[in-house]
Design a binder for this molecule. Structure first.
Ligand code: SAM
Length: 282
């Protein structure tokens, strides 16, 4: 396990993932009944943007760095507000020094009745995550394999909630593995929402993931891809995407409004753009 998210925290992939995670959680909050958030590859929860790893990775200036410097139109500002308010609250002085990871964003958005299960396999990162949420009875941290844990944690007692599957993609075959895991997880908890994150290194493997899910019994599915440069180009990661199973009914239209601005703001070269694919009617 060589992957450390501290090198990548706050990059364009995090921005897309965390905006959508926050939108899903905000939608869950429209009803009083409790929901569960499950983060299968949770990381450490809080990242130091002035730290050695973030500095060497040098990715956040072209992600969250650009967002805080931008002036989005009012409808986009409203869509990104739930996430951006959490980022701002982590950086009270106004200078961007810290970036919250997915479990911390979820925890900040949750209510008294909601619960978070955060899973991380790396022993050091798992220990940091456990320390972050130490004494918080709303949060359970498991230092375990996120893929295998899906079986143990699904279904949760709550009928409603969201599972974020955000692997490190260090080993070959994690894209098909993501597709298979999402179908299995949905079968265990058909009322849950599932968000799967993936890197885009060419369209073909992503199209294969979309086709696998579209051919499955899952009946509500949307995908969104963000390309910061031509998705077929070599070198630094050109894009990232999400599949959302059982998306909130508002999500596809929200993505249509968000993505033109996000793709323009985060573009790094020729071929930048996005696509929103309604793979199964939401
Ligand atoms: N979800 C986090 C966020 O958005 O802030 C970032 C997670 S990062 C992309 C992937 C994480 O998965 C890393 O912290 C890595 O240590 C962890 N990891 C790798 N293999 C794992 C596994 N089999 N089960 C659980 N966690 C794993």
């Amino acid at each position: 396990m060589n992957y450390r998210h501290a090198f990548h925290a706050g990059n364009f992939g995090d921005v897309l993932k965390h905006i959508v995670l926050a939108l899903v959680i905000e939608h869950l909050k429209a009803k009083e009944t409790a929901f569960r958030v499950i983060d299968t590859h949770a990381g450490i929860g809080r990242y130091d943007l002035a730290g050695d790893e973030a500095e060497r990775g040098d990715e956040w200036p072209d992600g969250i760095g650009r967002i805080v410097a931008a002036a989005p139109p009012a409808d986009v500002a409203a869509l990104i507000a739930p996430w951006l308010d959490v980022v701002r609250a982590e950086n009270e002085g106004g200078t961007l020094l810290t970036y919250p990871g997915s479990p911390l964003i979820a925890r900040r958005l949750m209510r008294r009745q909601d619960r978070l299960t955060a899973i991380e396999l790396h022993p050091d990162d798992g220990a940091a995550l456990a320390a972050l949420f130490s004494g918080d009875r709303h949060v359970t941290v498991r230092i375990a394999d996120g893929w295998a844990s899906l079986k143990a944690v699904l279904p949760p007692p709550e009928r409603r909630g969201v599972v974020l599957v955000d692997p490190a993609f260090e080993v070959a075959g994690e894209l098909p593995r993501l597709g298979e895991a999402l179908v299995r997880a949905w079968r265990r908890w058909p009322t849950g929402t599932f968000i799967g994150w993936y890197p885009v290194k060419g369209r073909a493997p992503v199209d294969a993931l979309h086709a696998h899910l579209a051919d499955s019994p899952i009946d509500k599915l949307v995908a969104v891809d963000l390309f910061v440069r031509d998705p077929e180009s070599a070198g630094r990661l050109p894009g990232a995407g999400l599949v959302v199973v059982n998306p909130p009914w508002t999500l596809p239209d929200a993505l249509d409004r968000l993505m033109p601005w996000l793709a323009e703001t985060l573009a790094q070269g020729p071929g930048a753009g996005f696509r929103v694919r309604r793979l199964k009617a939401a």
